[in-house]
Design a protein around this ligand. Structure first.
Ligand SMILES: [Zn+2]
Length: 340
């Protein structure tokens, strides 16, 4: 497991590389964009790398990523927590995913995974994920509506082997780390908030859905079974990092059960019995009745207290864990089984 100091150092190094991008990094992104354009078409590339104007001049976009990383809060997800997230993700069979603004613990964040997520891509190969980052943006859609969205980025680690690295000649990863840094761009996408989107890619139904994994993590972050504690960082590190990370703090996210085991005497914490419990996804709920057809409460982009469909008053209900005997849940669209 990395120390919190190492996690924030990696975050800071990444910010530094993207805020002041080298020509090598710019060239790397240019060929990435051209690859996507060639394989999936210009429209896909344009939406992934929004709002990049030209693949030949990616620098403004690179700086945008750097600025997002600068404001991002730093989270370290412990191995056990990563494991539980993967379990929740694997047990979930769903057609659509919906990420809500209310689920985000911060407007921008950088998440370090102590245990890398090992998803299969559309070719059936495992491509390891070490970190993820996001920032809230406003995206212009084709019909000229501006919607709140997140730019979601997945980062690979040159120090983890996966199906791709095994084919490479020895030493190339070290060389790559020297030139492009340890954390490297693996995937980027813009996801509209509070809107349903297809959870799986039709072309490759067996591919893992990284967004759904991220959403599982967000859900767990919002529940009582996770605990976030501020790691203490040596002052000398803070002085170095302040220029690169706006809030030089690391929130270490772990399961509450492990917290209790670690300190032994926390009487306030509840032991979580994992068998036959359900995770109710966070959701918006109508506060008043409405006359039109039944629908899920969906916030207006500019007024999150009102429903975009019926304009009635709505409220956000945080995700919660319920036991088998609790009353049924009426409003939530998705309930997940938790057990291990
Ligand atoms: Zn409504």
């Amino acid at each position: 497991m990395a120390t919190a100091a190492e996690v924030i150092r990696q975050h800071a190094l990444l910010t530094d590389r993207w805020r002041k991008p080298s020509q090598v990094l710019a060239n790397y992104v240019t060929s990435f964009v051209q690859d996507v354009s060639g394989n999936r078409g210009h429209a896909s590339a344009a939406s992934m790398f929004y709002p990049m104007a030209s693949a030949r001049d990616p620098e403004p976009w690179l700086r945008l990523i750097g600025r997002g990383l600068f404001t991002a809060r730093t989270y370290q997800i412990t191995a056990e927590m990563c494991h539980v997230t993967t379990q929740l993700y694997r047990k979930t069979d769903r057609e659509v995913t919906r990420v809500s603004f209310s689920e985000l613990p911060a407007e921008s964040g950088f998440v370090w995974l102590d245990e890398p997520f090992m998803p299969r891509d559309r070719r059936g190969k495992v491509a390891a994920v070490r970190a993820m980052s996001w920032e809230v943006i406003t995206a212009d859609y084709a019909n000229h509506t501006a919607l709140p969205a997140i730019r979601f980025i997945v980062w690979a680690d040159t120090r983890i082997d996966d199906d791709y690295t095994s084919d490479w000649q020895p030493g190339i990863l070290k060389k790559s780390e020297k030139i492009l840094g340890r954390l490297q761009l693996q995937h980027v996408m813009v996801i509209a908030l509070d809107r349903d989107f297809a959870a799986s890619d039709d072309e490759s139904p067996l591919a893992d859905n990284i967004t759904a994994w991220f959403h599982a993590l967000l859900m767990l972050l919002g529940t009582e079974i996770t605990v976030s504690r501020r790691a203490s960082l040596p002052k000398i590190i803070l002085d170095d990092i302040r220029k690169l990370v706006k809030r030089p703090e690391v929130s270490v996210v772990t399961l509450r059960r492990s917290m209790k085991a670690a300190s032994g005497e926390e009487s306030g914490t509840r032991h979580v019995d994992w068998s036959f419990r359900w995770l109710v996804q966070g959701h918006h709920r109508h506060l008043e009745s409405y006359d039109i057809v039944k629908h899920h409460a969906t916030p207006l982009p500019d007024n999150r207290g009102r429903c975009a469909v019926c304009r009635g008053k709505i409220t956000w209900v945080r995700p919660f864990i319920k036991g088998p005997d609790d009353a049924p849940v009426k409003d939530a669209s998705v309930v997940y089984r938790l057990s291990r």
